[in-house]
Design a protein around this ligand. Sequence first.
Ligand code: KG4
Ligand code: ZN
Length: 347
Amino acid sequence: MNVLGIETSCDETAAAVVTDDRRILSNVVLSQLDEHRPYGGVVPEIAARAHLDHLDGIIGQAMADAAIGFGKLDAVAATGGPGLIGGVMVGVMTAKAIAAVHGLPFLAVNHLEGHALTARLTDDVQFPYLLLLVSGGHCQLLAVEDVGGYVRLGGTIDDAIGEAFDKTAKLLGLGYPGGPALEAAAARGDATRFALPRPLAGRPGCDFSFSGLKTAVRHAAAKLPDGEVSAADAADLAASFQAAVGDVLVDRCANALDAFAGAHPAAAPALVVAGGVAANRHLRTRLGELCAQRQTRLIAPPSELCTDNAAMIAWAGIEHVRRGAADGLDFAPRPRWPLDEGKNAAA
Ligand code: KG4
Ligand code: ZN
């Protein structure tokens, strides 16, 4: 089975062709970084227009790289939400048109489900597993029991983790996009120089909080002599921030592993980490240490499949097609779409 996937929910225009025997025939990602850089963040209207300008070409390239014609496709899957609605509409409309013209089933995929199931494309992972979803818009721990079977164990009560990275990087003048820039600066910094809080660490439960940590970085920066943040100060603050985030993730995931083991005593314990922030090497190392202590398998897909891409959308489509699912061409894009909620529940 060959499935075309389309992703347009944020600032990546992406298309990919994936097979049901887990081969990625093509995976094309066009990042709109240059369009949004002057504003220091993603501008929804600019993103929607850029998707409209580039999507046809990106799909053409994905089909050419895969070296198959549209006649060899078995389904078309597009991100149906959650995300910036203008972009989601561009991807969904294009996928519906391809499906209609070529007589193919259309699937509207939850973007978060794309991240959640990527590990089953890259690694041989069986259900159930524990998922740490860490991206620009989300920070959640979920028990993934089956395709469509997601039980939320906890999530952020304020900022998403990627948002905390991006805002902290902006505050420190580290450039855009913030996450990778902060990681690069942290590699040159001293993580012990600033004592930053570890929000919610040591408390029961699996929730997260990042806004206080971000504020603590701002206060520490303001207390520097002359209020000037030198490159060395920025590196030390970045390293201290990243260390605090690592401690928080380890603390929260330890609680989640306990909760998961309680609910699934017979399952071989596995922690899957997904979403753009999962590209961070320090955080991967910290989670690796936790999993080693807990005799738990850690599965972290390669970075290019952690950040937004269309291979994950094609794969989630395959998981649904295998179960006989398809969506009608009347599917309406959903700006909000919690993962632990059915497809057609009110947004
Ligand atoms: O999953 P993703 O590509 O898009 C969303 O669905 O949000 O995640 C993007 C987020 C951004 O906040 C970005 O700064 C963050 O992931 N990110 C990182 C790293 N690479 C990307 N955060 C920390 N360290 C990184 N290396
Ligand atoms: Zn994402």
